[in-house]
Write a protein that binds this ligand. Structure first.
Ligand code: FES
Length: 165
């Protein structure tokens, strides 16, 4: 089981500065949270939600509602690279299950887990809009399509060796 994000390395002044840029735009909560998450190591610590609330006036419960509802947000520590793979049936019948298994075997983790080196987190999610080119995955914002178990492992190896930005 993962713990809350380690806040010892998170600069709350930086969090407050990001929130302050949107002080009068409560409808920009998702943008605020994504920016803060990117500077907090792919996770939003509880203290950050408190800071966002005090700066913007958005209730803390609403902020937590966003963090827990949207799959792209998390309050748990995640890897530098977040691998997202659709778990829906249309993708699995064209080979996504085998690709997912190859990634799990390659990284030595199960879906929802992060590698011990902190490099990768593997997440299953609903449709990512790539059904016509499945099996497909996203690694952070990059999209990779028409994967096979072999090409998926090659891709992961390239990330491990720093060959992909
Ligand atoms: S159903 Fe899997 S990407 Fe759309």
């Amino acid at each position: 089981m993962q713990n809350q994000c380690d806040t010892s390395t998170v600069d709350m002044a930086q969090v407050a500065a990001i929130a302050a840029r949107y002080k009068n735009e409560p409808d920009q909560l998702m943008r605020i949270l994504l920016e803060i998450q990117s500077v907090c190591g792919n996770a939003i610590p509880r203290e950050a939600a408190t800071v966002i609330s005090s700066v913007t006036g958005i209730p803390e419960v609403e902020i937590y509602g966003f963090i827990t509802f949207y799959a792209m947000l998390s309050d748990k520590p995640r890897g530098q690279y977040i691998i997202r793979m659709c778990k829906s049936a249309p993708c699995h019948i064209v080979g996504a299950r085998e690709v997912a298994q190859a990634i799990c075997d390659c990284l030595g983790i199960a879906p929802g887990e992060t590698t011990a080196d902190g490099l990768f987190t593997l997440e299953f999610c609903e449709c990512i809009g790539l059904c016509d080119t499945a099996p497909a995955i996203m690694i952070n914002d990059a999209v990779y399509t028409n994967l096979t178990p072999q090409s998926a492992v090659s891709l992961i190896r390239a990330y491990q060796q720093g060959g992909v930005c």
